[in-house]
Write a protein that binds this ligand. Structure first.
Ligand code: C5P
Length: 316
């Protein structure tokens, strides 16, 4: 049998709001966050051919050792209890170490696409458990859109689509290690402040959009002062609000309309020429995210496939 193939876009995310409450006994930090998928995306090709034994290979433009997509493919094949030849090609477009969740999205893309190609279904709860095992942000990419994240960020609830649709992303020429940023922030956390943070987060989410603070900013800005400058430049360029995403290093600004965002993007790109990259991006609603997924898996999906995650044409 010839290989079944899909060509995928794996969209990145921003955190519209990110509160870090305290360090838990398991070493992770308890979060309150609002995740949002965006149009900037990696490219991933997956080819699957049934076989008795499992072989997984990856061509990776970023050359990342022990890439998370390899682990995702092994865990997914294990859950489907099947072998197969899995060939993947990854082209990184989402900057790494920028708080944009590129690797997490690539891993979720494997979990969404492989069962469809192999004609197997994995129960949603099992798929989420595999995603959390791969990383705290991976489960969000099984859902997309705007979502409330609790716990490590793996406990998710849908939120209404945001009013703002357009944004500018400024990505500096420096990467921030998530573990280092958590370590630095952890030393400043006071358990007594957790309730105040939850109350503030709650009112920001009720106010609509969920935009608010990112608790990593003070510690990451202290390590990399130019990020603070980038944020104030985005604020001055007409954005409704500007914030760092994840543990950095990227900063985003939300805009009323595409034209304003486009103008700000152009002038910031000129200003920072050669130093930082500026991207004009769209916020992807859950509807847009799932339609993108249905389109890219289309030729392998059961007809009238409205269920989520999508079901395979080859399932018996
Ligand atoms: O879950 P993930 O592998 O993406 O996390 C990377 C690192 O970030 C963890 O090893 C941990 O140090 C930190 N982290 C954390 N609390 C979270 C998420 C991540 O401390 N909620």
């Amino acid at each position: 049998m010839s290989a079944r193939e899909v060509r995928l876009q794996a969209p990145a995310k921003i955190n519209l709001n990110l509160r870090v409450l305290f360090k838990r006994p398991d070493g992770y930090h308890e979060l309150r966050t609002v995740f949002q998928t965006i149009s900037l995306s990696d490219r991933l090709v997956i080819r699957y051919r049934p076989a008795r034994k499992l072989t997984v290979s990856l061509q990776d433009s970023g050359g990342i050792a022990d890439n998370i997509v390899l682990r995702a493919a092994h865990l997914c094949a294990g859950a489907m209890r099947c072998g197969g030849d899995i060939e993947m090609e990854l082209v990184k477009r989402v900057p790494i170490g920028a708080g944009l969740g590129g690797g997490s999205s690539d891993a979720a893309a494997v979990l969404l696409a492989l069962p469809v190609l192999a004609g197997k279904s994995i129960p949603a709860a099992r798929l989420s458990a595999i995603a959390s095992q791969l990383g705290s942000d991976v489960p969000f990419f099984l859902q997309g859109g705007t979502a409330l994240g609790l716990g490590r960020g793996e406990e998710l609830y849908p939120l209404p689509d945001t009013m703002s649709r357009h944004a500018v992303l400024l990505v500096p020429d420096l990467a921030v290690s998530t573990a280092t940023a958590y370590g630095a922030l952890s030393r400043t956390l006071l358990p007594a402040h957790a309730d105040t943070k939850i109350a503030a987060f709650e009112s920001e989410v009720w106010d609509g959009g969920g935009q608010g603070k990112n608790d990593f900013e003070p510690v990451v800005f202290a390590l990399h002062p130019k990020l603070k400058l980038m944020k104030s430049q985005l604020e001055r360029s007409g954005s409704i609000c500007a914030s760092m995403t994840g543990s950095g290093s990227a900063i985003f600004g939300l805009f009323e309309d595409r034209e304003q965002a486009g103008q700000a993007c152009q002038s910031l790109a000129l200003k920072y020429k050669g130093e930082n990259r500026a991207f004009l991006i769209r916020l992807l609603s859950r509807g847009s995210y799932r339609n993108l997924w249905r389109r890219q898996l289309q030729s392998h999906l059961a007809p009238d496939n409205q269920i989520w995650p999508p079901r395979s044409l080859y399932e018996r």
